[in-house]
Design a protein around this ligand. Structure first.
Ligand code: NDP
Length: 291
């Protein structure tokens, strides 16, 4: 174990609530394994104190910080620079302190793309369908578009949010040249034709999450097929109804645990320049989530 010294740097999580997070476990293990002299703590930050708390990253010469709800969007106002994905999405989950200059990044989409790669799914230059247009979905869509996915069909419930999301998707499509189309999740015919030409299905809705584990975001399992891998952002339960159905259809089925792991690994790399020892952290994460 590392000893705390006069040189130990601080990092951590700003959220509300922050205390339930798996990030302290991930980053503390990573610091100890790689010999980085730093600690990672969780901070419950009230929204009205966010600006001052971000200023403290400079004042205390912190390594950087992760951000979670409800601060991901508001925090973009208080950093000096944004990554391309963070600018397109309008949200950040990581701040890197580069000698007093604060740079905002969003690593959720990077985590998803890396998880796909590690699980043997090649989607660059191909087509995907994604269910949901919330925070996780937008991060995935943006990173996929930046990384060179050719076309993305997005399905969401057709309410006010649908109107709000359309301009954002248009902006992402324009800047990345990815063909992005938004559809009504209730339009079964469109869903069926989108899936027929897709090389990947992503669920980024909350449907299937504990305790509603018997629900699937798809109207019928017969839309699945053996050559359509399915990625679900949900990791609790570890196998959603959608993933069960995908497996039954003979397809690859991947849950959101590796996305969580690799979004952390991306933040770790940004702060330290080092690779996170994911093989050490993955089993710890699995064990902790099961509890
Ligand atoms: P948001 O609230 O931002 O988005 C939720 C999405 O689910 C929206 O598209 C919403 O549609 C849709 N939705 C919710 N309920 C229904 C329903 N009954 N019918 C149809 N659509 C529905 O949440 P997040 O994007 O932050 O989180 C989504 C999921 O991703 C969660 O399960 C979360 O735990 C997981 N997640 C996983 C991560 C990982 O690393 N693996 C990282 C971040 C999140 P509408 O707009 O119509 O409400």
């Amino acid at each position: 174990k590392n000893e705390i010294s006069g040189r130990t740097r601080l990092s951590g999580l700003y959220a509300l609530p922050a205390r339930h997070s798996f990030s302290p476990l991930m980053h503390t293990t990573a610091f100890q394994t790689t010999g980085v002299d730093a600690v990672y703590l969780s901070f419950d930050v009230q929204p009205e104190r966010l600006e001052q708390s971000i200023q403290a990253i400079r004042d205390l010469e912190m390594l950087g910080i992760n951000l979670s709800m409800p601060h991901k969007m508001e925090a973009t106002k208080y950093v000096d620079e944004l990554s391309q994905a963070a600018r397109l999405i309008g949200a950040i989950n990581t701040i890197v302190n580069q000698n007093g200059k604060l740079v905002g990044h969003i690593t959720d989409g990077i985590g998803c793309m890396e998880s796909l790669k590690q699980n043997g799914i090649e989607i660059i230059g191909k087509r995907m369908t994604i269910l949901g247009a919330g925070g996780a979905a937008t991060a995935i869509i943006t990173q996929a578009a930046i990384d060179g996915v050719k076309a993305i069909d997005v399905f969401n419930r057709k309410d006010a949010f649908y109107e709000k999301i359309e301009p954002k998707l248009a902006m992402i499509a324009k800047e990345t040249h990815c063909q992005i189309h938004l559809h009504d999740l209730a339009d079964e015919k469109q869903l069926s034709s989108s899936l027929a030409v897709s090389d990947l299905l992503v669920n980024a809705t909350t449907i299937g999450m504990a305790p509603e584990t018997e629900q699937s975001p798809l109207p019928k399992a017969s839309l699945l097929r053996h050559d359509l891998p399915v990625f679900d952002v949900i990791y609790h339960p570890s196998e959603t109804k959608l993933l069960k159905d995908a497996k039954e259809a003979g397809a690859k089925a991947i849950n959101g645990l590796d996305m969580l792991l690799y979004q952390g690994a991306a933040a770790f790399k940004l702060w330290t320049g080092k690779e996170m020892p994911v093989e050490k952290i993955q089993p710890l994460l699995e064990e902790t989530i099961k509890k």
